[in-house]
Design a binder for this molecule. Sequence first.
Ligand code: NDP
Length: 272
Amino acid sequence: MTQYAVMGDPISHSKSPQIHSLFAEQTGEDMHYDKFQIAAADFSAEVAGFFERGGGGLNVTVPHKEAAFALADYPSPRASLARAANTLGRDPEGGIWADNTDGVGLVRDLTDNHQLSLSGKHILMLGAGGAARGVLAELIHCAPASITIMNRTLSRAEELRTDLAAQGVMHVRAMNEPGGPRYDLVINGTSASLKNEGLQLDAALFAANFVAYDMMYGAEETDFMSWATAAGAGASLDGLGMLVEQAAESFALWRGKRPETQRVIDQIRQSL
Ligand code: NDP
């Protein structure tokens, strides 16, 4: 039986073991998936030890995604663009490869699960941290009319735009800055909901029936989703589908099989 795991700090909340167990059951793969709380100072040694013991692959979550990218011998192009990795594996010669499946996870959730077309849409990304960095290139590849990043710290958004400039044009605006297009889709990639700090967005920024997507998820609607509904959103979605889709992409990279995700999303939602 091959061992897999997720490493993070904190990690107790992680749904990844449940998700991957459901994938393994569904596809008949002989694997076991754990979660390990690992301090930043121990991360590199723990990764090396895991693979030396024959581990098949790792997922990596906050705060280790940048360290995971840095230690890889073979980072994928999408991990290199994000300068962060959420998936590690070992190649036959013993080197460690790294990938970032967050962007494809978000786009699959939006386009496959929620049947949204991103082409020709005006997209607003809130936040310029690791989550935003991991998904923007994938969003650009969906040919939207525009992508605008708004972030509390403007310089961080500007840095992100510069780093991803070769992928396509992105705009940067201060929070609630008027004058841009009316946004069709707004993605909350900030950690404001985690800290119960409302974003206080101006509803005038958005097109009629806009779609709001919160990368956060939970048993209850997030504050951002409730705000969006009150502001006239046509749909207000959470990030559980993204979580399951990024896991499915990791699973496919490790095992060469793509699990069916909708049933797993439903099962995990019932367990929240
Ligand atoms: P980071 O710490 O890297 O970035 C946090 C971002 O949130 C920054 O842009 C920060 O702005 C902004 N922010 C924090 N507090 C506030 C506030 N009160 N008002 C406005 N902006 C604020 O975090 P990550 O990017 O790694 O994660 C962001 C969110 O995405 C988390 O909630 C995480 O759980 C979620 N996520 C979900 C995934 C999924 O699969 N569903 C995958 C990955 C992440 P500033 O630069 O000014 O500090």
